[in-house]
Design a protein around this ligand. Structure first.
Ligand code: NAD
Ligand code: UFG
Length: 337
């Protein structure tokens, strides 16, 4: 198939482009480079031996999208493009609602206009809010903790309403848990600007000596050791999940959790990272981060039963691959300069 990937030079998008190309699909990337670099296209080519087409364009730009759709007539779309920083979304809510809602509306309008019936959307476990773990796809949407999460819940509703009146249209809502790690080559991975918000990139920067110590946000949660528990999933497993979801797409709305089904606490992840890479990660415990929940992990039986997809890579591999990328990224990009 010919697949249009919005946000394809981003963290999850780039790994998915690699897997799509490895599975024999053609890839057209649309990214405005708001949070990624054009050189990622070279790296995707270096890994796969195939160069995806790349357009630097904004997915909220209806004219640009119309032109790209009419030129390439894709068979399917994976819509990764979006802003994703929870704290920033509280500070600038309109930027988040504008970008995340409008890009989804514009891309779906292009799909309908050009007869593209496969649409895969990047949703998030954040839509479950604070409910009893594990999270099942049938649970109600409870994202009302920050504008970012709200955009994901709103897009899910918009897409479901569109599918209801377009019987040919296939919408797959993939709810990611906590993607970490990087491609084995060390060429692509997660490269946040400034001080990372998320745990794994923070740990890798402490390991590298860029940051002094990890701050553990609270050790008084009702969890195994008092620290927050999450379902970390290797980004390559996540990417493979997209290929399967796209290939198995059928009309209607299909929702899948993409996680491992296993919870890991902050301190367990620190320990795993230390053991996997033979390093020490200094840390201190500080107060809880506002808006955080104690535990978040998936029930993954639906993706297993209906898609035949399960996450294969364990926490050790996630830690090794994240660290490999952090080391090679510093050398190649001189981020510290
Ligand atoms: P990312 O920031 O690395 O990638 C997103 C890409 O979209 C970036 O390359 C950015 O430049 C691009 N982009 C943003 N707005 C755009 C626009 N209007 N037009 C064109 N390109 C645009 O983020 P990621 O971690 O790869 O996340 C991809 C998707 O998955 C996002 O929708 C995100 O909300 C969702 N998601 C991410 C996580 C996570 O923890 N990383 C968890 C759940 C869901
Ligand atoms: N944590 C720390 N110190 C840090 C960073 C994080 O202790 O410096 C803790 C958090 O309190 C939490 C765990 O590590 O217990 C994971 O935190 P992350 O920020 O890495 O991930 P979150 O689960 O908070 O959020 C992520 C994405 C959201 C997404 C959500 C569910 O950032 O966008 O996963 O998919 F919605």
């Amino acid at each position: 198939m010919r697949i249009l990937v919005t946000g394809g030079t981003g963290y999850i998008g780039s790994h998915t482009c690699v897997e799509l190309l490895n599975h024999g699909h053609d890839v057209i990337i649309v990214d405005n480079l708001a949070n990624s670099k054009a050189e990622i296209v070279d790296r995707i080519e270096a890994i796969t031996g195939q160069r995806p087409l790349f357009y630097r364009a904004d997915a909220t730009d209806a004219q640009a999208m119309d032109l790209i759709f009419s030129t390439h007539k894709p068979d399917g779309v994976i819509h990764f493009a979006g802003l994703k920083a929870v704290g920033e979304s509280v500070a600038v809510p309109l930027a988040y609602y504008r970008n995340n809602l409008l890009s989804t509306i514009v891309v779906v309008e292009s799909c309908l206009k050009h007869g593209v019936n496969r649409f895969v959307f990047s949703s998030s476990a954040t839509v479950y809010g604070d409910q009893q773990v594990p999270f099942f796809e049938t649970m109600e949407l409870r994202a009302r903790t920050n504008p970012y999460g709200e955009t994901k819940a709103m897009c899910e509703r918009i897409l479901s309403d569109v599918a209801a009146v377009n019987p040919e249209f296939s919408v797959t809502l993939l709810r990611y848990f906590n993607p970490v790690g990087a491609h084995k080559s060390g060429l692509i991975g997660e490269a946040p600007e400034g001080i990372p918000n998320n745990l794994m990139p923070y740990i890798t920067q402490v390991a590298k000596g860029i940051l002094k110590e990890l701050k553990v946000f609270g050790n008084d949660y009702p969890t195994v050791d008092g620290t927050g528990v999450r379902d970390y999933i290797h980004v390559v497993d996540l990417a493979e999940g997209h290929v399967v979801a796209l290939e198995k797409a059928s009309s209607g709305v299909h929702i899948y959790n993409l996680g491992t089904g296993r919870g890991t606490s902050v301190l367990e992840l620190v320990k795993a990272f230390e053991e996997a890479n033979n390093l020490r990660i200094p840390y201190s415990v500080t107060e809880r981060r506002p808006g955080d929940i104690a535990e978040c992990y998936a029930d993954v039986s639906k993706a297993k039963n209906q898609l035949g997809w399960v996450a294969k890579r364990n926490v050790v591999e996630m830690c090794q691959d994240a660290w490999r990328f952090e080391q090679s990224y510093q050398v190649q990009d001189k981020r510290q300069d």
